[in-house]
Structure formats: C-alpha cells, structure tokens
Design a protein around this ligand. Structure first.
Ligand code: AMP
Ligand code: MG
Length: 463
C-alpha cells in the first residue's frame, strides 16, 4: 500500500507509543473508496489483500504502527487522553509531496485505551465513512475514509455488534489536545518541537516569522474560522467539539454524534450526551474560539499573553465577516456586508419560525411560498450590487447543496447494511452524496426532509 517513514516518530517519544493492531479473526471488506485511492495514487491489491490491510491484519512494508498521546477538554473538563481506539499505520506521501496520515480506527487496545476496548462497531464506522465522504464532496475540509472492514469479532455495546475497522486518511491527527498534552509536560522545548513540526507540515508559509508559536496560533485560527463557516453553510452540527477533536490542520475530524439540521434551528443539538446544548449549531463559533483560547494557553511559555489575547480577541470580527460573506453567497451575492446582514437574518428568522428545511429553502428561494415580500427586498439587494438573478442563481447552485446526508437517510442505510448486508443501498447513497450540488429530481427521497415519524432526534457516539 505504501512504504513511508512516519515523520511524527521524529518527535520526542512522549508524544506516541508503539503498538500493533489486533488480529481480526475473519476480515471482510465492506466498502472501499476506490476514487480516493486513485486520488492518492495508491495501488490497492485484490479483495483479500485489501481486507487484510484495512483490518490491520497485514502491515504495509516498513510500517511501524503507533498511537498518539494527547489531552483535551471534554465538555469543558480537562482529561489526559490519547488514541484509545485508533492506530496510526504511517504517513503516505502523494506524488506532489503532500504527506497524509493513514490510521486504523477500531483496531484494538493501545496504552491510551483506559477502560475502553479499543474496538468499534460496524454502524458507527459506516456512519463516519458516509458523512466524512459527504463532507469532502460538499467541499469542506475533512478527514477522509478509505475503507471499512468487518473483523469477524463481536464487540459489546448496548447490544453485541459486529466489530469493524475504519481506515481514516487525514492531513495529520495533530489536535489542540496534542499541544495541551505537550504543555502538561512542563518543558517548553517539547512544545517548541511540536510547533516546529506542525508549521513545517501544515503551514510552511508561516515559517520564519518572529514568533513561531504566535504564527501557528494565527494560522490555525484562520483555518478554524473557515471550517466553522463551512459547517454553517451546510447545516452541520459536529456535536462533540472537544479540544481533542479539533484538528490543527483545520479538517473536520471525529465523526461521532454529528448530524445535519433539517428544519432550521440555531439551537439544534443531536448528541445524546450534550444535555446542556454546549455544542448546538449556532454555538459552534463560540466554542471554536473557546478551544482556540485553550490552544493559546498551551503555547504560553512560547508566546506573550497579550499577543495571544489579541489573536483570540480578533476571532469574533473575523468570523462575522467570513460568515456574512458565506451567507451572502447563499443568496447569490459576491460581497455581502452589514447592509445585507438584516436581509439574511430575516430569512433565518422566517425559517426558524416556520420550522422550514434549511437545505431546501436555499435551493428554492425563488419559488418557495411565504417569502414573497422578502423576495422583493432580496431582488433589490441583488440589483443594487449589479448582480442579475441568473448569475445569482448560478452561483447559489455552487454553494447551496441539493443533497446532504440527512439523518433519517443515514439511519435507513445503516439499518439496511446492519440488518441485511445491503451494501448496494450504501453504494447508491454514497453515489448520490458524491455530487451534492447537482440538481436532483424533485421527488427523490434523498432531498426530502423527514416525515414526522422519521425525524432523528438523537445521535450517539457509538464508542
Ligand atoms: P471521542 O469521543 O471519539 O473523541 O473519544 C474520546 C477519547 O476516548 C479518545 O481518547 C478515544 O481514543 C477514547 N475512546 C473512544 N472509544 C474508545 C474505545 N472503544 N476504546 C478505547 N478508547 C476509546
Ligand atoms: Mg476524538
């Protein structure tokens, strides 16, 4: 599959532990992402070979697998964590020199497993595969999913379920929590080594600035702002924005209880464990800023507190500007500003008040009933900016998806695979999600909001 040394292992060894994936008794390939493999330039063997690779039964030549150490604030509480059910196979280098992590999720215990079994069930791994690939096709930075295999071994959750391994591809798995773990060691040289490594790997254009830690903080903030703005464009609720689930490379990572909103509701929460609504849809920017403040704290030996504060304080204005531009683009505007903000807010309020579908409203702005007065004002805003309705509509079709992985569809597909092994149902869903901006026949079930009895109210981590 690949044959590359992991540069991560050049870091001081507190940052990882060597560990071997567990043997799967009967590895079987459920789904493999041949499009992604081709994109990566990765040559896959025959099906048994793939089942062996993607379950961790056979290691790629030269692989020295390891688990990463990290810490993190989970729902506001600090804990020492680490890869408890994920094992890095190694780094794969693309033809253009880009280096990505290849990681197995659910491949057995590691020194960081605490009381966990290091395993994963098929349902949650397929869920991550479906949603992460949908996110990628929506044009949102994300970890990718290369394959899911079943292991042939059972895992104990609320019920006994078939075990599975997800092969995850990521720019890297360095998290805010990795820096928190470094800070915990109380040795600024460790933090500096992680800063240097991260800059070289993800932000080489920032190398050479006067203060490397400040440069990194700034760079990470820009990417996080863009990421959260992108989530809000498509109605994504991450659900578990703990600092250990915040990627320094700015990718969406850790698809646990995440979900897309159907009816627009800024307070939407799906995760069964988020009782306080800490990670509600509209709270995501506030939480991203809070997480960045924890990141800044972990860099404090290397950066003046005033400088850190200044960067963190600039988050709100930057977010507001980027969010306005994004929301404007959903209305076909090229450069929305505060003058358009009221128009945007009126639309959101109308959707909220009427419990209207977020995704479909933006696809049907031109015809949806109940918006007649608003539409007149919208056309005036466009005219004032010299944008024709045709141009607006064309641009809107590139930012407003026709199809998202709606929760009730995700559940339906997972049930079909889990109960009856209907992999063709999964493949059809993945195909639909692979071109989310294309017009779909209006009656396709994939574009329909859930009926009252189909609404998914809660999602679960599945750990
Ligand atoms: P998550 O909620 O997926 O971000 O996981 C939080 C922490 O719990 C991480 O350190 C995971 O590695 C760990 N964890 C989650 N599930 C398991 C499991 N089944 N076995 C061991 N550790 C786990
Ligand atoms: Mg996590």
């Amino acid at each position: 599959m690949f044959d590359a040394a992991s540069t991560y292992l050049d870091l001081p060894d507190v940052f990882y532990s060597s560990v071997h994936p567990r043997k799967a008794s009967k590895p079987r390939l459920v789904v493999v992402n041949t499009a992604l493999a081709a994109e990566l330039g990765m040559v896959l063997g025959d099906e048994p070979t793939q089942a062996n690779w993607f379950s961790g039964n056979v290691l790629p030549i030269g692989a020295t697998p390891f688990a990463q150490a990290y810490a993190g604030h989970q729902f506001g509480h600090f804990t020492v964590l680490g890869d408890g059910r994920a094992i890095m196979l190694g780094e794969y280098v693309l033809e253009n020199g880009t280096r990505v992590d290849i990681q197995l999720k659910g491949a057995g215990k590691t020194p960081y497993s605490r009381n966990g079994d290091g395993l994963a069930a098929l349902g949650p791994m397929l869920r991550e595969y479906i949603i992460s690939e949908a996110m990628a096709h929506l044009g949102i930075p994300t970890t990718r999913s290369l394959a899911v295999t079943t292991t042939g071994d059972m895992v104990r959750r609320e019920t006994i379920q078939l075990g599975a391994v997800l092969t995850r591809v990521a720019a890297s798995h360095i998290r805010v929590g990795t820096f928190q773990f470094a800070a915990l060691q109380q040795d600024a040289r460790l933090t500096q080594s992680l800063v240097d490594y991260t800059l070289a790997r993800h932000y080489p254009e920032y190398i050479g600035q006067e203060n490397s830690a400040a440069a990194l903080l700034q760079a990470v903030m820009y990417r996080q702002v863009d990421l959260i703005v992108a989530w809000m464009r498509v109605g994504f609720v991450h659900g578990v924005m703990n600092t250990d689930n915040m990627s320094i490379a700015g990718e969406t990572i850790d698809y646990g209880p995440c979900a897309f909103i159907d009816a627009y509701d800024p307070q939407a929460v799906f995760s069964s464990i988020d009782a306080q609504g800490r990670y509600a849809f509209a709270n995501q920017p506030v939480i991203a800023q809070w997480n960045l403040a924890r990141f800044a704290e972990s860099l404090l030996p290397l950066i003046e507190i005033d400088q850190a504060r200044e960067i963190i304080d600039s988050f709100s204005d930057l977010f507001r500007t980027r969010w306005l531009t994004m929301m404007g683009s959903k209305l076909g505007m090229t450069n929305a500003d505060e003058a358009d903000a009221k128009l945007i807010q009126q639309l959101l309020d109308w959707m909220h008040h009427n419990g209207v579908d977020y995704t479909n409203t933006f696809r049907e702005l031109d015809t949806i009933s109940g918006l007649e007065d608003w539409r007149v004002r919208w056309h005036q805003h466009l005219a004032r900016q010299g944008i024709s309705l045709e141009d607006a509509k064309r641009n809107m079709h590139q930012v407003n998806p026709a199809v998202i992985p709606r929760n009730h569809q995700v559940e339906r597909v997972l049930r079909a695979v889990n109960d009856a092994g209907f992999v063709d149902v999964l493949q059809e869903f993945l195909d639909v999600l692979s071109s989310p901006y294309q017009d779909m026949p209006a009656d396709t079930p994939y574009c329909q909001p859930p009926l009252a009895d189909e609404v998914v109210h809660q999602t679960f981590c599945g750990t």
